[in-house]
Design a protein around this ligand. Structure first.
Ligand code: DGT
Ligand code: CA
Length: 359
């Protein structure tokens, strides 16, 4: 296995919103508003500048606003726009990370594991620096990266120095690195487990790494007991799993807001052929079609349908999209502002490549 990188975006939703609104370097809070009253809801995440005045994820918006009032800074509150962050994340993956990875796994909306071909840590560190610089230049947001011999160590390392950190742990440094942590720094060891360990006199990572396996097995069962000890030793043999569930989406804004299906459908041929072009490039077939509708209230609606077999064909995409549109308009009285199609449940086509790629 080559060296593993774990890339974790800094204050992700907040950084994306700051970039979008030209508010970089300022306190900004992304809220999930429940809509009951103007301020009901919770903080999804916030910029590091907002963290400095005591605001944090999951805090009620009301509390966050009080903190903002008590500081001398101007704090921006913006609503969460998950779809936008999703496509931002996909673009970072497609435009920056993919080409540098031997294998890549999207672990969450803002976290990626990358397996490199190289076994050389200096080279791996350079790739990490390059990724940080490119993301900053192309997308105007930052990330922290951990470099290590496996996913476990790389992930913990990416957390050590945030924002814009780069932490490298070579195989011969793993023990020292792990022993410098608290048990709670190790991902996947929860509060309950930590408590149980503490009851058994195991309070440090070193104590866990050197614990009697028989005792751990007795307490936590064979599988989990041994796993805990391995984690404390920084051992992890899990693979970087290339995600198969990719999708290709194209959305467009209508010339004018509409509920007229034959008018709306006019944009489908172009959306479909853009999607098919991308699938050609990737040599992939799709097994599911989605319609995406954004109404005049900026609400997003989706409808989807699965196919019996995977295909890569323009007509099916268009026809399924049209059918979903008819159904949507029948069931809803929204007026449509933007419309999109998505091909998902994708799979690489086996066998020969398309003629175009062949030549
Ligand atoms: P970081 O990694 O400490 O620099 O900060 P974030 O904001 O990137 O935090 P992370 O990596 O734990 O989560 C990634 C994104 O997931 C974050 O930007 C917003 C979202 N998120 C995290 N926690 C919550 C939460 O409690 N509620 C909601 N709605 N979203 C959350
Ligand atoms: Ca993050």
């Amino acid at each position: 296995m080559g060296v593993i990188l774990h890339v974790d975006m800094d204050a992700f939703y907040a950084s994306v919103e700051a970039q979008r609104r030209g508010l970089e370097g300022e306190p900004l809070v992304v809220g999930v508003y429940s809509g009951r009253t103007e301020d009901s809801g919770a903080v999804s995440t916030c910029s590091y500048e907002a963290r400095e005045i005591g605001i944090h994820a999951a805090m009620p918006i009301k509390t966050a606003k009080k903190k903002a009032d008590n500081s001398d800074k101007e704090v921006s509150f913006v609503p969460m726009d998950k779809e936008y962050y999703d496509s931002f994340s996909d673009r970072i993956q497609e435009e920056i990370l993919q080409e540098r990875a031997e294998k890549i796994e999207k672990a969450s909306i803002d976290e990626f594991y990358i397996e490199l071909k190289t076994e050389n840590y200096k080279q791996a560190e350079n790739v990490a620096k390059e990724i940080q610089a490119s993301i900053k230049e192309e997308f105007e947001v930052t990330c922290s990266i951990g470099v290590g011999p496996n996913k476990l160590v790389a992930k913990i390392a990416s957390d050590r120095d945030k924002p814009e950190g780069l932490t490298k742990v070579k195989p011969e440094e793993v023990q020292e690195f792990m022993y410098g942590l608290e048990i709670s720094d190790i991902h996947g060891i929860g509060d309950r487990t930590e408590e149980k360990l503490s009851e058994r006199g195991i309070e440090s990572v070193q104590e866990l790494a050197e614990a009697d396996p028989a005792l751990l097995v007795r307490e936590f069962g064979e599988k989990q007991g041994l796993k805990l000890r391995e984690k404390a030793r920084g051992e992890d043999d899990s693979e970087v799993e290339e995600s198969q569930q990719k999708q290709v989406t194209r959305i467009t804004t209508l010339e004018e807001n509409s509920r007229n299906s034959s008018k709306i459908k006019q944009v489908f041929p172009e959306l479909a052929s853009d999607i098919i072009e991308k699938l050609e490039e990737e040599n992939m077939d799709y097994g599911s079609v989605q319609l995406i509708v954004i109404d005049t209230e900026i609400q997003m609606h989706t409808r989807s349908t699965s196919l019996k077999t995977r295909v890569r064909n323009n007509e099916t995409l268009k026809e399924k999209g049209e059918k979903l549109l008819e159904e949507f308009l029948e069931a809803s009285n929204s007026t449509i502002r933007r419309v999109g199609l998505r091909a998902s449940d994708l799979k690489k086509r086996k066998g020969q490549k398309s003629m175009e790629q062949f030549f």
